[in-house]
Design a protein around this ligand. Structure first.
Ligand code: TMP
Length: 217
């Protein structure tokens, strides 16, 4: 349980950020972390793949264009492996200690990219996610929705033109990722907040903070 500035209590939650390339997830994660900290909550910010020693090593391999031949099934299992480690090593202990966990990507990324983008079987991806997470599910998932053309150009500027293995995939792939995310949000409106990411980041941060307080305080 975390004490909020004016005395009431916000119970620690798992909040995940999802979206295509260049949608502004990490910026919004930092803004929400600051808002939560300023209101007296303990917070950790994580990213997927990553957040553990094993996860960060696999992240480098998974993102590197030099890792040329990766079967879609291999890719899905490596993301699930990173998640299984992160859940047990970091997320569950943090939540048990009353710390908010903000995670840049989580289960929905594997559905959007490996099922939606790569075309793997959705039930098998769900099964991999269940193995990785057990019964843990995000309390809130913030989908930063953005046209992939715009997102990929933003990512190219951010990365000085050094595209990673996923950014190098064609626009059709990224359109399928976006469509899958939007379908996921439509299927679970109670868990998702869909945010138009093509706006001033300060406005987006305000909208997210308003929604987090509305749901959890
Ligand atoms: P990012 O954190 O900089 O967005 O990089 C992670 C990349 O990995 C991004 O292109 C999305 C991709 N990814 C998947 O394809 N499946 C997953 O399950 C996760 C977590 C990420």
């Amino acid at each position: 349980m975390a004490l909020v500035g004016n005395g009431y209590v916000m119970k620690a939650k798992l909040i995940t950020f999802e979206g295509g390339e260049g949608a502004g997830k990490s910026t919004q994660l930092s803004c929400l972390a600051k808002n939560l900290e300023n209101s007296g909550s303990r917070v950790i910010g994580l990213r997927e793949p990553g957040g553990t020693v094993l996860g960060e090593q696999l992240r480098a391999v998974l993102k590197n264009p030099a890792t040329k031949s990766v079967e879609p099934e291999t890719e899905a299992l490596l993301f699930a492996a990173c998640r299984a480690q992160l859940v047990r090593e970091v997320i569950l202990p943090a939540l048990a200690a009353g710390t908010f966990v903000l995670c840049d990507r989580f289960i929905d990324s594997t559905v959007a990219y490996q099922a939606g983008g790569r075309g793997l079987n959705r039930e098998q991806i769900d099964a991999a996610n269940r193995l990785a997470c057990g019964t843990l599910r995000p309390d809130l998932t913030i989908l930063l929705d953005l046209d992939p053309d715009r997102g990929l150009s933003r990512a190219a500027v951010r990365d000085h033109g050094q595209a990673d293995r996923f950014e190098l995939l064609g626009k059709d792939f990224h359109r399928k990722v976006r469509a899958t995310y939007r379908q996921l949000a439509a299927d679970e409106p109670g868990r998702f907040l869909v945010v138009d990411a093509n706006r001033d980041p300060n406005l987006i941060a305000e909208e997210i903070w308003h929604e987090v307080r509305r749901r959890f305080s």
